[in-house]
Write a protein that binds this ligand. Structure first.
Ligand code: ATP
Ligand code: MG
Ligand code: MG
Length: 374
């Protein structure tokens, strides 16, 4: 446990620190919930140590988060949103005006007001949760859509550049440093035969058909806080990977994580399928908030994006398997290969249902009477 009281003293809190405990089930950063006394009223804040082994440039990451959250808050206040300060994270500055502090050991810390009466869920249970989470991510993108000024910092370059991920796989195959290529011929063949799919979105971005926007890039259910009473998506959190990207990366990753019938490392491939009712809930929730700013090409590729992000993730697991399991933590030999197989089984399931999924998108878009640009 860190000396949170000492860290807290470096922020412009305007309240008296009472105590702090580790909080939440995040895997990346160290998160603390701290209680404060503000003129006799108890309020709490989140203090978070940024994992600088993963995020090598915390200052530029925090610049992104500060700009995006300040802009979102300004938009919500423009709209006279009654709960503006609950609908976006906001960054508490340090006593010297920075969006972070650095402690004696060189750790970077940030502070957010605690979003009350809402929580994140590690596992998705209902279609309502899926719908509300998707709606909240759409809202997040929408609030950030007209962010002015320079391009956001690309904190992880080429994060979702699928052709580069495929190239990395091809390099790992050529190197075959662990002699594992012979164990996964079918998976290699599966990935390489989908090279055209891998290029589709990056080509459309290069052609200007799909715009670059502000995207979240970690659209798991537990990165949205849902209201304790209404289940409404209240606030998108965990903004470390917020950077320039395509909205399709955010939506596709929601499909990848929220619609499978099994866990990510299911080894009985016959159990793996896509829940179309869940997909429909995601589409309806997402378009409810995002349809007003998306263009036609983005809407037309929503179903495909689920396939793309699942394929990309499978390619990454396969690459890591070939490279000796250095990136993703594994719990057993062959774990990354199992994960790859389950992602690819999911790709197949999406391919088999793609037409129906595309229909769902068009029906949802139609019912919202979208008049998107061609
Ligand atoms: P992940 O493993 O998803 O990358 P992480 O380590 O990056 O997680 P966060 O998701 O930012 O950490 O935060 C961890 C948990 O702390 C969240 O799941 C949420 O429960 C809680 N949390 C974070 N920020 C807030 C906030 N402002 N208000 C209330 N709870 C919060
Ligand atoms: Mg998180
Ligand atoms: Mg995170």
């Amino acid at each position: 446990m860190h000396d949170v009281r000492q860290i807290a003293g470096l922020f412009d809190m305007r309240a008296d620190f009472v105590d702090a405990q580790p909080y939440g089930s995040g895997h990346i950063n160290d998160t603390y919930c701290a209680w404060y006394d503000q003129a006799g009223i108890r309020i709490r804040y989140i203090h978070q140590r940024i994992n600088h082994l993963i995020f090598k440039d915390p200052a530029s990451l925090m610049e992104n988060i500060d700009r995006v959250t300040a802009h979102s808050l300004a938009r919500l206040l423009d709209q006279n949103h009654p709960e503006a300060r609950r609908r976006t994270l906001s960054v508490i500055l340090s006593t010297d005006g920075k969006p972070y502090v650095v402690d004696r050991e060189g750790n970077f810390w940030r502070t957010y007001p605690f979003i009350e009466r809402a929580r994140g869920y590690d596992e998705i249970r209902t279609n309502l949760q899926a719908e509300q989470a998707a709606k909240a991510f759409g809202e997040f993108q929408k609030l950030a859509a007209d962010l002015g000024g320079k391009r956001l910092n690309e904190t992880i370059p080429n994060f979702h550049h699928t052709p580069k991920r495929l190239q990395a796989l091809q390099d790992a195959i050529a190197a075959d440093s662990f002699g594992r290529v012979r164990n996964c011929q079918a998976e290699i063949e599966f990935a390489l035969s989908r090279a055209t799919d891998c290029r589709k979105v990056t080509d459309l971005i290069a052609a200007g058909v799909i715009p670059e926007r502000v995207t979240h890039n970690d659209t798991k259910l537990n990165n949205v806080l849902l209201d304790d009473v209404t289940s409404e998506g209240v606030c998108v959190i965990d903004l470390d990977t917020t950077m320039p990207g395509s909205v399709l990366y955010d939506f596709g990753d929601m499909v990848r994580t929220a619609t499978p019938t099994t866990r990510e490392d299911e080894t009985d491939l016959s159990l793996i399928g896509i829940r179309l009712d869940r997909f429909d809930a995601l589409v309806r929730g997402y378009l409810d908030s995002a349809a007003s700013f998306l263009n036609r090409a983005e809407i037309d590729h929503l179903a495909f994006s689920g396939k793309l992000l699942t394929l990309e993730c499978g390619i990454r697991f396969l690459t890591d398997y070939l490279q000796g399991d250095t990136y993703f933590k594994t719990k057993r030999p062959g774990h990354n290969l199992d994960r790859c197989r389950s992602q690819f089984a999911m790709v197949k399931a999406i391919e088999e249902n793609l037409e129906r999924m595309e229909e769902m998108v068009q029906v949802a878009a139609g019912s919202l009477k979208i008049v998107a640009a061609a």
